[in-house]
Design a protein around this ligand. Structure first.
Ligand SMILES: [Zn+2]
Length: 527
């Protein structure tokens, strides 16, 4: 989100005035140890390989040293095959549990003042859901703020995922960027400041081209939300050709697929600054494009595949468009959503992503069709060898940090991905898109010790990944909850994921008691 309403310039300067609180010194987590052996777990390694177990996973000095199969399911573990614990080492019994690589969230804004979401709240929600790496795609908090949190996370001084910090194109510039030379100068300055990449929203073609090419030359990466204001002259194909790493959301892709028009069929009274217009009309966009499987559809898909382009769809962030009540009534809001965040979500002509001036059956049905076509493209792209990643963009449109992650996985499943393909998108493919595949993204020898451990099989039901678990009926006819991540391990430090959620709950209770706030349904009081 964070689409810029009028001028990138004015908004970014405004946003930099106030920043959310940084994360406090770390009090959570056990370890690291010189050696950590996780015993008897079933492994889902993130590469697309099927589960295998029981295995013992050996970590030494934060690197995976060995993964050893130590038995067969249902049979006693072969003690003679087990790796030996060294002095000072730690054994962690995970029999009956599942171990996956730490998750990557490719679109994670670290809170914001508008949302009233401080870093600790956001980080703990992410870590509690197994997210050990995030890319902040251009933060309103400013590059310095994010780089500070990034450094502290690297040293594990705070409880937080690894951070890749991208900068909004033009952010911090003293004047608007109007020439390719200015663009190149800004890109160099951004690299010098230590940014990991750039997030674009759109600019004149010669500026986009100059900025993307220079950025790539410097070895940095890029993300782009193709906002409608510039998409008529620069869609995802232009971006991919100029070296863009990932496209965010989906805008710019239907436009690349147009056959019988060159602009979206905007109603003539459309105004981009009116978010009801923006989101309602966007729901009619995919069906204006070339049909699935048509010559033009295939041509666009093949060119993107040949350019090794990455799609980061953030499906969940638009879900309220196809089912507003589902997003608004999600069962975690009461206990985990900050009052300020709830207020930010409510219908408003001013807040971004709160465009519910009038949202009903017609809009939702159009968006359901929009999703079908969009998912069709994603699934075919994946089947043809393309990289689709998992990003959430939480903090907008009733999507909560952490909780939106399993939802994104479910939506990829709905798009046709096998659950193992879903997990690969969440782990290895995210790592590849960040250029970190030698360090993270799969459970393989030599990589860092970032893991998610669960007491239920996420392949059978991705909902066990929600912090609130999944509902089951036991043999005594009682309703029980299963799942929720049990341990999140980052850099060999083991975090009790349930405890992190307890901390978040407490933060929300405190905030509510200050204001006497209760979640209400919009307009219900007066109805
Ligand atoms: Zn965003």
């Amino acid at each position: 989100m964070r689409i810029l309403l009028l001028s990138i310039f004015i908004l970014l300067h405004f946003c930099l005035l106030a920043q959310p609180k940084k994360a406090p010194e770390r009090k959570e987590g056990e370890g690291p140890w010189p050696q950590l052996i996780i015993r008897g777990v079933t492994l889902i390694n993130g590469t697309g390989a099927p589960p295998v177990g029981p295995v013992d996973v050996v970590v030494e000095n934060n690197r995976i040293r060995n993964v050893i199969v130590v038995g067969s399911p249902g049979a006693p573990i072969r003690q003679e095959d087990r790796p030996k614990l060294q002095t000072g080492g730690k054994e962690w019994n995970a029999e009956g549990m599942y171990l996956l690589p730490g998750f990557v969230d490719m679109h994670g804004h670290i809170g914001g003042t508008e949302q009233g979401a401080d870093a600790e709240y956001v980080f703990k929600l992410w870590m509690a859901h197994g997210i050990t790496t995030i890319r902040d795609p251009g933060s309103g908090n400013g590059l310095e703020w994010v780089l500070d949190q990034k450094r502290k996370s690297e040293q594990n001084l705070i409880t937080a995922p690894r951070i890749k910090a991208y900068t909004n194109f033009g952010q911090g510039s003293k004047e608007p960027i109007g020439t390719p030379q200015q663009a190149v100068a800004w890109v160099r300055e951004n690299a010098r400041k230590g940014s990991d990449g750039i997030k674009f929203f759109g600019a004149a073609p010669q500026i986009m081209k100059a900025a993307l090419e220079e950025n790539k030359k410097l070895g940095l990466r890029s993300a782009m939300h193709h906002a409608q204001l510039n998409v008529a002259r620069w869609n995802v194909l232009h971006s991919a050709r100029a070296g863009l790493t990932t496209m965010e959301h989906w805008y710019g892709l239907p436009e690349a697929l147009f056959e019988n028009q060159t602009v979206q069929q905007y109603p003539l009274n459309y105004n981009y600054a009116n978010e009801q217009h923006r989101f309602e009309e966007a729901g009619k966009l995919w069906k204006q494009s070339a049909k699935p499987g048509s010559e033009h559809w295939n041509k666009v898909m093949n060119e993107l595949l040949a350019l090794d382009f990455t799609l980061d769809p953030t499906l969940n962030i638009y879900e309220a468009n196809r089912d507003l009540m589902r997003a608004r009534r999600a069962e975690w809001h009461e206990e985990y959503t900050m009052p300020s965040l709830w207020k930010f979500y409510e219908p408003s002509r001013v807040a971004h992503g709160s465009y519910w001036h009038s949202w009903g059956t017609e809009q939702e049905v159009a968006w359901k069709e929009n999703y079908r076509l969009w998912m069709n493209f994603l699934n075919e792209f994946k089947n043809s060898g393309g990289r689709v990643t998992v990003g959430t963009d939480a903090g907008f449109i009733y999507q909560l940090y952490g909780f939106s992650y399993p939802r994104e996985l479910e939506l990829l499943r709905e798009a046709g991905f096998h659950p193992l393909e879903v997990i690969r998108s969440a782990t290895l493919y995210g790592a590849q898109a960040l250029g970190m595949e030698n360090e993270i993204g799969s459970v393989e020898v030599g990589k860092l010790a970032d893991f998610v451990i669960l007491d239920a099989n996420p392949l059978e039901n991705l909902q066990v990944l929600y912090g609130t678990g999944a509902i089951f009926l036991n043999e005594k006819n009682e309703v029980i909850r299963k799942g929720g991540v049990v341990y999140t391990i980052k850099d060999g430090i083991v975090y009790d994921a349930k405890k992190l959620l307890q901390d978040v709950k407490k933060m929300v209770v405190e905030e509510k008691s200050k204001s006497g706030f209760k979640i209400t349904q919009p307009g219900m009081k007066e109805f």
